[in-house]
Ligand binder design. Structure first.
Ligand code: ZN
Ligand code: ZN
Length: 275
């Protein structure tokens, strides 16, 4: 089964195209199931947090519209593709209850958590932080990733490889990062949460190597060896990027003994064969 469980939509304000175009692109590529996981805005946070944190997600008014549009198109395309509704939600430590009450009675098939900022260090997006040495950044990033796995708010945590796309290795080099990855993957298993395999991270690792080492492959190897549950997604912000690089990625996953992935209905996980 080919699935894409990380797709954005114009509702967040920074993805292009229309929802129907993402669906048509997925059908053209032979994808069996997709899940929209657009960014939830930060409107639900406390006043102080809202002032400090930049926002890049859909607002309160758009959330019901987003869900309705997906529901309508799910019916229209039901003979061609399975369409699920989800969200990508920034993990903001301490905001669990605010988040739960903001999501209220809305039903989602899938919620994926992600760490895009480190509030104890900076409220900015990781790409905008400049700090060397990077030890503090790596430790804080993985501390939050582990907290997100433990939070029980999400069915999967997105792109745990995000950090090395933006920051040089810490002073302990790749081996220090491998240890941090080990603890994150263990944390996913202990908390029965999936780890996302993000096609952007894969493409980044294809184009760059870190200290002649490939941390992305190391992450895949550990996931395969330990049998951690995964979700897979393109992180498409444009319709043509749905299922991006899957033709290269899926054989690589097989090499690492990752032969299944997870799909969700009303937050209930089903493990399906991959590819
Ligand atoms: Zn993300
Ligand atoms: Zn995303």
């Amino acid at each position: 089964m080919i699935v894409d469980y990380h797709i954005h939509s114009p509702y967040c304000g920074h993805a292009h195209g229309q929802i129907i175009q993402y669906i048509q692109a997925a059908i053209q590529k032979g994808i069996h199931e997709i899940c929209f996981t657009d960014h939830l805005g930060r409107y639900y946070l406390s006043k102080v947090q809202k002032r400090r944190l930049w926002d890049w997600g859909m607002n309160e008014r758009n959330l019901p519209r987003y869900l309705l549009e997906i529901a309508d198109l799910r019916d229209v395309f039901s003979n061609q593709i399975s369409i699920k509704s989800g969200l990508e939600i920034d993990f903001i430590e301490g905001a669990d209850e605010l988040l739960k009450s903001a999501l209220g009675d809305y039903v989602f098939d899938f919620k994926i958590g992600s760490v895009h900022c480190l509030p104890r260090i900076s409220w900015k997006h990781l790409s905008e932080i400049q700090e060397t040495p990077t030890d503090r950044i790596y430790n804080e990033y993985f501390r939050l990733v582990n907290a997100a796995f433990k939070s029980n708010l999400f069915q999967s945590i997105a792109h745990i490889d995000f950090i090395w796309r933006y920051f040089q290795m810490p002073s302990g080099g790749c081996s220090a990062v491998r240890q941090l990855l080990d603890s994150a993957i263990q944390s996913a298993i202990d908390n029965d949460c999936c780890i996302e395999i993000n096609a952007n991270g894969f493409m980044w690792s294809q184009a760059n190597t870190v200290d002649k080492d490939d941390l992305f492959c190391y992450m895949l190897k550990r996931i395969g060896d330990l049998g951690a549950n995964t979700t897979i997604g393109s992180d498409a912000h444009e319709p043509f990027l749905v299922g991006k690089s899957y033709q290269t990625l899926i054989p690589v996953l097989r090499e690492f003994n990752i032969t299944s992935t997870c799909i969700f209905t009303d937050s209930v996980r089903h493990v399906v064969p991959l590819g």
